[in-house]
Design a protein around this ligand. Structure first.
Ligand SMILES: C[S@@+](CC[C@H](N)C(=O)[O-])C[C@H]1O[C@@H](n2cnc3c(N)ncnc32)[C@H](O)[C@@H]1O
Length: 482
């Protein structure tokens, strides 16, 4: 795959170590010196490009606000950069597909796209995109008209009760719960399965705006009006009335469905519901020309809490949410080691030697050993605000090491892997996620072409800033090739 022009600047703004207490030598410093010339600031990579912001008003992407997504323009930028859409057929994979931004944009550009996603919320959004290609516009429009006629007085019989989880109790006003119940009853009367799916999906897509919650950075924040005892008096502002929200959503969906252009998504996208930690093993070598992805960051972010309303609405029980949390890539302090299970999986596939090589790469990664040792010492001295942070970091890298090795295996020669990820910091110590993962990539036989650094990094948390001073942490896009 050829590459386009360059207007990147040498990276010099953030010198290593950014640690307020770490020494200017050691494994991480040596690693940084090795990769210094690969780190370049790419002024094209604004934060809007690698975040959901750019999707807010784009057709289809605007159906569901998934703050963890990157923008469709980011994919277009990458496809242009590698000129993949010129000439022959090409295929792209996103092993952490989220709501399918990679798939939607790549299929639009003429590629074959495969996405793996474990969170049912992302799967529902991708399936809605699929249905959007297939659904009869006339039937959708008629059903919307019927909804307006039949539900206008909000007085249809209500049998449905929103299936709350413990942490979603009190998320809606009684009026909203009543509206949801009436709406749910209506959806059950829809005969056409595609229309029914999309109307059900519309409910999923208005939960946040009609609730007392907001997905804010790391948490699901609760408005004081919910009656939940919350520490700070958070006011999310106007809360959209249920019928207004659902009508607006369905109108928006209809508008996009009316303007769909040929149904490329449904014929060229493959959606796999599962964990990439096992699903990647199913692909044979050299299956994809390009991988564009953004894994969860190693930042304690818990998707199952942030998307608790949606999971409840999808019928997830407490036990199912718990097991879902464990199935996701380890990035929370509650995640337990998946190591024994993964070892067993490789053994059952007669791939023990591949597994052993990966394990050795993981065990020998000096900078990672250094980070883990600093964090464990801090934990033993009672200086971490959560004692499971070292284990979380360890699990994160163990699993990402496996992902990187599998991606290297299934990438075609000449192909590229593009990965968006943030570095993180604990106890004032930077964890150079970009460099450690690039070391794994090298071990897996890939070439580290460069690490694009976003012009603006990310500040450390206010809690950490108070103790360790202000550090800017690199936000990066890695470019590896085979
Ligand atoms: C940063 S988001 C990616 C968002 C995506 N780029 C988009 O535009 O929608 C990371 C995604 O990885 C998913 N994920 C976490 N663990 C996973 C696993 N083991 N297998 C597959 N997906 C996983 C999360 O549910 C989340 O949707």
């Amino acid at each position: 795959m050829p590459e386009l022009r360059q207007r990147w600047l040498p990276f010099s703004g953030l010198e290593f170590p950014v640690s307020a207490r770490g020494p200017a030598y050691g494994e991480r410093h040596a690693l940084y010196q090795r990769y210094r010339h690969k780190l370049v600031i790419n002024p094209d990579l604004t934060r809007a490009l690698v975040s959901f912001q750019g999707n807010k008003s784009a057709p289809f992407y605007r159906w569901f606000k998934y703050k963890e997504a990157f923008s469709s323009e980011f994919i277009t930028y990458i496809l242009d950069h590698f000129q993949v859409h010129s000439g022959k057929k090409w295929s792209v994979l996103d092993p952490f597909a989220g709501v399918g931004t990679t798939l939607t944009s790549a299929t639009k550009a003429g590629g074959q796209a495969t996405g793996i996603e474990r969170l049912p919320v992302g799967i529902a959004v991708m399936n809605a995109r699929l249905k959007a290609d297939l659904v009869s516009i006339v039937r959708f429009r008629q059903t919307l008209a019927r909804l307006r006629n039949e539900c206008i007085h909000n007085d249809r019989p209500q049998q449905y009760l929103f299936p709350h989880l413990k942490i979603t109790q009190k998320a809606f006003s009684p009026e909203t719960e009543k509206g949801m119940s009436v709406y749910h009853g209506f959806v059950e009367t829809i005969d056409n399965p595609d229309v029914r799916f999309l109307f059900r999906f519309a409910l999923l897509a208005v939960l946040e705006e009609t609730s007392f919650t907001r997905k804010d950075g790391q948490y699901l924040r609760w408005d004081y009006r919910s009656g939940k005892s919350v520490e700070s008096r958070f006011d999310k502002g106007a809360i959209t009335e249920f019928w207004l929200a659902i009508n607006r959503k369905l109108e928006m969906m209809l508008e996009d469905i009316e303007h769909r252009d040929g149904g490329r998504f449904s014929s060229n996208a493959t959606i796999i519901e599962g964990s990439c930690l096992s699903e990647l093993l199913r692909f044979s070598e050299e299956s994809f020309d390009l991988v564009v992805t953004s894994p969860p960051y190693c930042n304690r972010y818990d998707y199952t809490r942030t998307y608790a309303l949606e999971l409840a609405c999808l019928g997830y029980s407490e036990a199912q949410v718990k097991s879902l949390r464990q199935a996701l890539l380890s990035a929370t302090v509650e995640n337990k080691s998946k190591r024994a299970r993964l070892a067993k999986l490789y053994k059952s596939l007669d791939r023990e030697s591949f597994y052993d090589q990966m394990e050795e790469c993981f065990e020998r990664q000096g900078a990672l050993r250094e980070v883990l040792s600093v964090l464990r010492n801090a934990r033993d001295l009672g200086m971490l605000n959560n004692n499971n942070v070292p284990a979380m970091v360890e699990h994160y890298f163990f699993e990402m090491n496996l992902v990187v090795h599998e991606l290297a295996r299934i990438l075609s020669p000449g192909g590229h892997i593009v990965m968006v990820n943030d570095n993180v910091q604990y106890f004032g110590e930077e964890v150079p996620v970009d460099l450690i993962l690039s070391e794994f990539a090298l071990h897996a036989g890939l070439k580290v072409d460069r690490i694009w650094v976003l012009p603006r990094g990310k500040g450390n948390s206010s809690q950490q800033m108070g103790v360790h001073g202000r550090n800017e942490i690199r936000k990066c896009v890695y470019v590896w090739s085979k």
